[in-house]
Design a protein around this ligand. Sequence first.
Ligand SMILES: Nc1nc2c(ncn2[C@@H]2O[C@H](COP(=O)(O)OP(=O)(O)OP(=O)(O)O)[C@@H](O)[C@H]2O)c(=O)[nH]1
Ligand SMILES: [Mg+2]
Length: 272
Amino acid sequence: MVGMDNSSPPVLFVVGTAGAGKSSLVTAFQRWSRFLETEVIAVNLDPGAERVHYDAEFDVRDLISLNEVMDEYDLGPNGAQILAADLLAAQAGQVADQLHALSGEIMIVDTPGQVELFAFREASNHLIETLGREQSAIIYLFDPMLSRSPSGFVSQMLLSSIVEFRLGLPTKNFLSKADLLDPDDLAQILEWSERLEILEMALYDEAGGQRTEFAINQLRMMQEFSQAPGLTPLSSELEEGLADILTFAQALFGGMSDARDGFASDIEHEKN
Ligand SMILES: Nc1nc2c(ncn2[C@@H]2O[C@H](COP(=O)(O)OP(=O)(O)OP(=O)(O)O)[C@@H](O)[C@H]2O)c(=O)[nH]1
Ligand SMILES: [Mg+2]
């Protein structure tokens, strides 16, 4: 069943704005994969997480507690998060040893609530190098409510592109908590993700000419470099879209498991 070296499984970093559903996705993905008999290593890199509902085989909170950092250095939660990221980077060797000791077929990594903490602090690049840049990718989560307005949707497209650019990893966008959207909104958002000209018209109605021209031109350029365009609906609640995450990883890194139903056609879809 396993098609790759067990010592260095593919790594999926789950990234998105605060509350986008990152931790829930890690939980759902781990639960769902057990059913498929795929061995998933869940990793928590969010020192500020109150509690996690997955079995974290590495948990950054064992090394760094946000509350302790706040107390010790007299910082608020945001300053403490930044310092925690840097403290983690300072322990990179130890973290690397612990991560390398884990074995499994795929690693899924929960990241801090504020997207800029993961995208902009140097610690993340260290971690990516540690885990292996060649087998790392980003699962970027769109917030469903923000996605309902053209400007909110476009802002997230741009943010995702910035994260992709900054970390230099293949990125796939998912529409998180799709079960919360009514079917018309869901269809609209998916159409925007596939047809830039429809999005452009909607944005023009909402935001006017100049802002639209600026944003659409940015998107057009950024999408030329994107390896996996489009947006895939996801629901951790209903366990929908989880197979698309595995498919994305398989398309990038190969192996991991025997072909599943629809695997080839999903890949085809990915290319279109
Ligand atoms: N209906 C529904 N709710 C969801 C889904 N995924 C997450 N949620 C809810 O969304 C809220 C935030 O989810 P989390 O998984 O904590 O999001 P997060 O991105 O890890 O949040 P932070 O780490 O605090 O930034 C929780 O109340 C979840 O129960 C989903 O697929 N459907
Ligand atoms: Mg979380």
